[in-house]
Design a protein around this ligand. Sequence first.
Ligand code: ARG
Length: 431
Amino acid sequence: MKLWSKGFEPDKMIEQFTVGNDRNLDLQLARYDVQGSMAHIRMLESIGLLSADELKVLLEALGEIAEIIERGEFTIEEGVEDVHSQVEFMLTSRLGDIGKKIHSGRSRNDQVLVDLKLFMRDELRSIGRAVERLFNRLIALSEEHKDKLMPGYTHLQVAMPSSFGLWFGAYAESLADDMQMLVAAYNIANQNPLGSAAGYGSSFPLDREMTTRLLDFSTLHYNVVAAQMSRGKTERAAAMAIASIASTLGHLAMDVCMWMCQNFGFVSFPDSLTTGSSIMPHKKNPDVFEIMRGKCNRLTSIPNEIALLTANLPLGYNRDLQLLKDIIFPATGELVSCLDMADFMLQHISVKDNITDDPRYDYLFTVEEVNRLVLSGVPFREAYKKVGLEVQDGTYRPERTVHHTHAGSINNLCNDKIAEKFSAIADKLKI
Ligand code: ARG
């Protein structure tokens, strides 16, 4: 049975091909579909398209459906196309003709859009909370290990002194930038498309400001065509935020894999958090961070997938848009699981002391020496040459103490400022 049934049923193969995995994915939209319908019918009553009694009966029935959803008992039956159809069928089978009135002034096109906006808002907030947890962990670790030096590399060659305070703090501040993307994606999702109907509005005097208030959207997508165009753009903005966070996290995972390698040995984890080999008895592998890196790298590709799926589509609704769900729905949970796993693992990280005392890191300190000479009055280029020649003829001896006092440097991490910056951004997400 189809909402659009006109006396014939489509071929089974056609149905399977066009519905695909959508029924399954739509289960995640169910609670938002009911929320959207509740707002829509309140509005219909306010403009005289439903009586107060009809509204009451419909709201009660929708409330019961909402409870079924919250209990995890909601299903989309075989032969029913999607969540929107299932909810409407449940209403009409319970209430008869009153149920059939709910769809006035609405199309599944704006219905799925409003569901997606509400869904994305919640998903982006839950990503935001996971980012915040990891951020706090990183800042705490940065403070805890701020006095532990490690080599800094350029070109993957020993370069200048760095520290675990800098390293942990760097990922924290980088997450603050990603959070800006998340807020932008949230703001794009937080606009009401309801009332755009099939994509060109309706001859009913729909009160779109009212549904905006009822669904707690920050504003309307005013232009009905723009509202429809936001299908794909909303997901794309979210995907860009997800990709941005994933790229930060993937980078962190890569560092950990490298620092865990015996050639570095800078960090380690309890045995129970590592994995073994079936042949080499000594192995304690960083599989967690490898899987994290792989998952995050895959997540960085979803903006591209969305761009390709939506490239050059004609204006207005096209069924291709349904496939966006396959890309974006699994991505949010995947990212949250990576963020939470990173937070869990970092609770147990051990950091090696006195790494830079090893003679292989002697040359980390050449610039410190050049700068000391400059402060005693030697012009920079001469000081550079002097230390360079000492390195060349093997007479260079490092002085291993470090005094970096400017903002954001080893001895002045500014973690308090970074935390302030982060929470000012996170506040906009209302997490
Ligand atoms: N499952 C569809 C989607 O996600 C719902 C909208 C169907 N609209 C239509 N005109 N066939 O896009």
